[in-house]
Write a protein that binds this ligand. Structure first.
Ligand code: G16
Length: 539
């Protein structure tokens, strides 16, 4: 009898000489070498669904901030979380099996290892961004899903957070934890309704220009706007860089990664002084704000700024609702967080800060240990999560005054406005607008909360980035031997210096971060550390 698993692996053979790894955000590389990986991810998703009794598992086809010729895939757990680590390892192993027979044998081995009955119904939910390669790669995923006998549900184009939302909704439908309606209109209705409530009658001043990186966020934001209150009662949004008809323009000279890395607005930006602007990335899970002041000077309000803004606002709401004795808030960052932001959270907001390795799954995990965990990467990727006990405490809390009730209502609305499954640029954007409206702040007031230390992020291409191994939440290198000592020596030479290097999990490069008291010192430190990395990487 024909073996459908071996057949599908034969239809999508793995190219020779490529070693795949499930990295920071799934598999990500040149789209032309991803067919076999996609088909095998379809198989893994089906197995994972069966291992969880038939729950829906998500497959998102995207390479997010990467260039247009790349693509990638990440798997999503039933509540919208990132794939369990053990299954990342299995996915990597599956992706690297050489022959169709090996793929089939490994498929059965996984089933045996996890006691999976291959007759259990399985459900796989798929979304993709607007890359040109997406349609082909989708058909590969579908081949894998069908070969495994699972039922696929293809949502077509979605932002990554929308796919996470759909997965969570599908798996919680008709339960007391029902998250929402698993449709696009359901998504827009949920978040726009929460936005209206969270504003609590406050007025938003000025408009917001949103750069959509020429990615899927453009059409989805245009759709969301239709559900938001009319601009005189809500928010006037100008959507720019939303050209998805030209996929080769994705992330080119625009988008959150461009703005954060280059510390400047997209060259196409026509904003005037003090105009609020923000950028999404290619799959709309990252958000950074920025503006130009009256001297035409650019100011970035990145993920650290969103975290501090949101943490301070939620802290106030918790206090004003009379809940501060029972609920503790904390912030989770990575090594990329600006030292000034960390200091501000600890010294001014008096909140705890955890530092984890890069990758949302690490931050999410740390935030899940807190009552209210605010987690953001400096690149703009993040959200806030509330523990089950926290949600219960908030739901049960009886306000003692009209003022307490008002704060409690806004807190409840914010919980609905924040995408609990994953960092979501659209929902984060509405949240930032709500906070600014409540504080009656423009970008200048937001910026004035603390002064960022000048910093620089560089990419260094080396022959094998995997030789760079880190410890201490990626803040120190343990390999190549002796390299950390050289970095430390350079850091000592500048005031308020801090620097680290780590292998990217999404691009073929080592990233170098440096900060210092002045722009010149930060740039110089980054350059020196990049030279050290380059030399060690070519040794
Ligand atoms: C992904 C991850 C983020 C990470 C970023 C860069 O973002 O989801 O957690 O910060 O890659 O990772 P690395 O420095 O390892 O390349 P995205 O928006 O590209 O999916």
């Amino acid at each position: 009898m024909a073996d459908p698993i071996a057949e599908v692996a034969k239809k999508h053979p793995a190219p020779e000489g490529i070693v795949y790894a499930y990295g920071t955000a799934g598999f990500r590389t040149k789209a032309e070498v991803l067919d076999s990986v996609m088909a095998r991810c379809g198989l893994i998703a089906a197995l994972r669904s069966r291992a969880l009794g038939g729950k829906s598992i998500g497959v998102m086809i995207t390479a997010s901030h990467n260039p247009p010729e790349d693509n990638g895939v990440k798997l999503v757990e039933p509540l919208g979380n990132m794939l369990a680590e053990e299954w990342e390892v299995l996915s990597t192993e599956m992706a690297n099996k050489a022959t169709p027979e090996d793929v089939s044998a490994f498929y059965r081995e996984i089933a045996e290892r996890f006691n999976i009955k291959l007759s259990t119904p399985a459900h796989v939910v798929i979304g993709r961004d607007t890359r040109a390669s997406g349609a082909r790669l989708l058909s590969c995923v579908l081949d894998g899903v069908k070969a495994a006998g699972a039922e696929p549900k293809d949502y077509g184009f979605l932002t990554t957070p929308q796919l996470h939302y759909m997965v969570r909704c599908l798996n919680t439908q008709d339960t007391s934890d029902a998250y929402g309606t698993p449709t696009e209109p359901g998504y827009y209705e949920k978040f726009s309704e929460a936005f209206k409530r969270a504003l609590g009658g406050k007025k938003i001043s000025g408009s917001l220009t949103v750069d959509c990186a020429n990615g899927v966020g453009g059409p989805k934001l245009t759709e969301l706007v239709k559900y938001l209150p009319p601009k005189d009662q809500g928010l006037e949004i100008f959507v720019v860089n939303d050209n998805v008809i030209k996929p080769e323009s994705l992330n080119v000279e625009c988008g959150a990664d461009f703005v954060k890395t280059n510390q400047r607005a997209p060259p196409s930006s026509k904003s005037g002084p003090n105009d609020r602007c923000c950028s999404l990335d290619g799959d709309a899970d990252r958000l950074v704000y920025y503006f130009k002041d009256s001297n035409n000077m650019f100011h970035l309000l990145d993920g650290d700024r969103i975290a501090t803004l949101v943490a301070s606002f939620l802290g106030d709401l918790v206090r004003h609702s009379g809940l501060s004795d029972i609920l503790k808030l904390g912030v989770v960052q990575t090594a990329y967080a600006n030292g000034a932001a960390t200091n501000y959270v600890e010294q001014n907001l008096k909140l705890t800060v955890d530092c984890t390795p890069t990758g949302v799954k690490h931050l999410h995990h740390a935030a899940a240990k807190l009552d209210i965990g605010v987690y953001f990467e400096a690149n703009g990727h993040g959200t806030v999560i509330f523990s089950a006990a926290t949600l219960e405490a908030i739901a049960k809390h009886e306000p003692r005054s009209p003022a307490q009730k008002e704060s409690l209502d806004v807190l409840k609305a914010c919980i609905d406005l924040i995408n609990q499954s994953v960092g979501d640029a659209l929902s984060d954007m509405l949240l930032v607008e709500v906070v600014l409206a409540h504080k009656n702040w423009g970008p200048q007031e937001w910026l004035a909360t603390y002064n960022d230390l000048p910093n620089r992020l560089l990419k260094v291409v080396v022959s094998d980035r995997n030789q760079f191994k880190t410890t201490d939440a990626e803040r120190k290198l343990v390999k190549p031997d002796g390299i950390q000592k050289q970095i430390d020596a350079e850091v000592q030479k500048v005031r308020q210096g801090r620097s680290f290097a780590r292998a990217s999990g999404t691009e073929d490069a080592v990233r170098v971060y440096a900060e210092a008291a002045t722009r010149a010192e930060a740039d110089d430190l980054a350059r020196k550390v990049a030279e050290i990395v380059k030399a060690a990487g070519s040794a």
